[in-house]
Design a protein around this ligand. Structure first.
Ligand code: FAD
Length: 451
């Protein structure tokens, strides 16, 4: 079923019926709040530039979300949820107009106990940690958009990030305890999902439920030092990353490796990282600094930047040069650059990574984040690509796939064409149950449109 906003919606009456819930109708603001960071992809720019919602609604509570849901169902108006709008694939861009449900006002931290926190979806990750650190705990993982992203958006659109070297990815069992979800049925209701059932809605781009509360597990909060280590050649840097990932006795939160010339894009570190060097950007628990120093020595690395945990609030945060922030800094120098997301199969010798590094050279500059995948340390690359044509980009993707690397394509807004690759029957079945009119973020779940 194709859902488009009925031309007959009386937006004055709609606003009136919401009775005090904030509704934004100013075109400039609605346009701004209809967008995310899709501009990293020249393919998505062409497809999404003209997509915009009709109104933005900002509820304060779950009760208000229920009210908005009911009105949208009654009038068959599409509804697209928005957290902070930092997604990269146009996930929160409405393809068929309608309501943008901006949850940024729902940011309460409801309770904290050792090892878990319960929050509203609009809570920013940094704000959650600020409170949980008071009792010695912190979020297990965060995207590099830690300062701006919301927890609801991270669970619905993200995959992992700083912390994934220890805890794996968001979809790994145990990385989300429970959610409350508002449905889009004739009589919207709240469903609580716990344990494995949470994955009915995680990373579903808000196509099958509006998450209104999350119970998130935490990890111990260490004093983290930001460190940059340089190396003369890329593969030594990469092998250092693999070894650090596998050093179970060294407590770390981030292992990012950037090939030359990527460090040249990092303005504050231009005088710190010597020209021509390859580097590792890492976060290490301060009690582990001594064994970490020994590992650096073993690989012939040189520490050129060390910010102790007590200075965390001062100057640049190293994490904001890693994950997709690496691409951001490169694009701020050269906006024609784009990127890829690649998971290399586990191989302690990093042979395929080395092959791709040699094969593409400067066309796909190698940036690797080491993460834990099913208990093993593997390189996940966010290569910075010198874009020429869609055909060439596709050729690069196909070559990686043919060699056995997994590409989570960041140049599509379709759920199943990105990282998932296959239709998730559980998510589809849940959508059939809770969104029978297909009003939630229409056009993003291929499985629904193909039925
Ligand atoms: P939004 O972009 O607002 O939403 C994301 C998706 O979730 C949308 O489909 C939206 O409809 C849906 N959604 C939002 N809230 C809800 C809800 N309550 N219920 C149901 N659906 C909802 N991602 C990573 O995983 N790791 C990274 O390290 C990372 N680094 C990034 C670096 C940069 C510079 C940029 C621009 C992006 C990066 N991202 C990364 C992508 C993005 O920042 C994160 O995934 C972030 O967590 C998204 O949160 P948000 O609040 O901005 O979500």
């Amino acid at each position: 079923m194709t859902v488009t906003t009925p031309a007959s919606v009386d937006w004055d009456a709609f606003t009136h019926a919401l009775d005090g819930i904030e509704v934004i109708r100013d075109l400039a603001q609605v346009t701004k709040l209809s967008k995310d960071y899709y501009t990293y992809s020249p393919i998505l720019v062409a497809q999404l530039d003209d997509k915009v919602g009709d109104v933005v609604v900002r509820p304060n509570s779950e009760a208000e979300v229920l009210k908005v849901a009911k009105l949208c169902v009654q009038q068959r108006i599409p509804l697209t949820v928005r957290g902070a709008g930092t997604g990269n694939y146009g996930q929160c861009i409405p393809l068929r107009g309608g309501v943008i449900l901006d949850l940024s006002k729902m940011q309460a931290v409801k309770w904290i106990k050792p090892g878990a926190v319960c929050v509203e979806p609009g809570a920013k990750l940094i704000a959650i940690d600020k409170q949980t650190r008071d009792i010695g705990w912190e979020l297990r993982m965060a995207p590099s958009t830690y300062r701006t992203a919301t927890i609801g958006g991270f669970m619905s659109g993200g995959s992992g990030g700083i912390g994934s070297i220890t805890y794996g990815q968001l979809r790994d069992r145990g990385n989300l305890n429970a959610v409350r979800v508002v449905t889009m049925e004739d009589e919207p209701r709240v469903i609580e999902l716990r344990g494995d059932s949470v994955h009915k809605v995680t990373h579903a781009y808000g196509t099958n439920g509006i998450i209104t509360e999350l119970e998130v597990p935490l990890g111990p909060a260490y004093p983290w030092a930001d460190i940059i280590v340089t190396f003369d050649d890329f593969m030594t840097a990469a092998r250092f990353g693999q070894a650090l990932g596998e050093s179970d006795g060294i407590i770390k939160k981030l292992v990012c490796i950037c090939a030359d010339p990527i460090p040249g894009y990092f303005a504050p570190f231009r005088n710190v990282i010597s020209v021509g060097k390859h580097c590792a950007l890492v976060m290490i628990a301060e009690p582990s600094l001594e064994p970490f120093g020994e590992l650096v020595k073993e690989f012939g690395g040189e520490v050129c930047h060390h910010k102790p945990a007590q200075d965390a609030g001062k100057g640049s945060m190293l994490m904001e040069y890693t994950w997709n922030h690496t691409t951001l800094h490169a694009r701020s120098v050269d906006p024609s650059l784009t990127y890829l997301q690649t998971l290399f199969p586990y191989d302690a010798e990093l042979k395929l990574l080395e092959h791709m590094y040699q094969h593409y050279g400067d066309e796909a500059m190698m940036h690797v984040e080491f993460i834990r995948v099913a208990g093993k340390v593997s390189p996940a690359a966010l290569q910075i690509v010198r874009y020429s044509t869609p055909e060439r980009l596709n050729e690069i993707i196909k070559y990686h796939e043919a060699q056995g690397a997994f590409i989570a394509n960041p140049h599509t807004y379709i759920l199943e064409d990105g990282g998932r690759k296959t239709i998730d029957p559980v998510q589809l079945a849940f959508k059939e149950q809770v969104d029978p009119y297909g009003l939630l973020n229409p056009g993003k779940m291929k499985a629904w449109d193909m039925r």
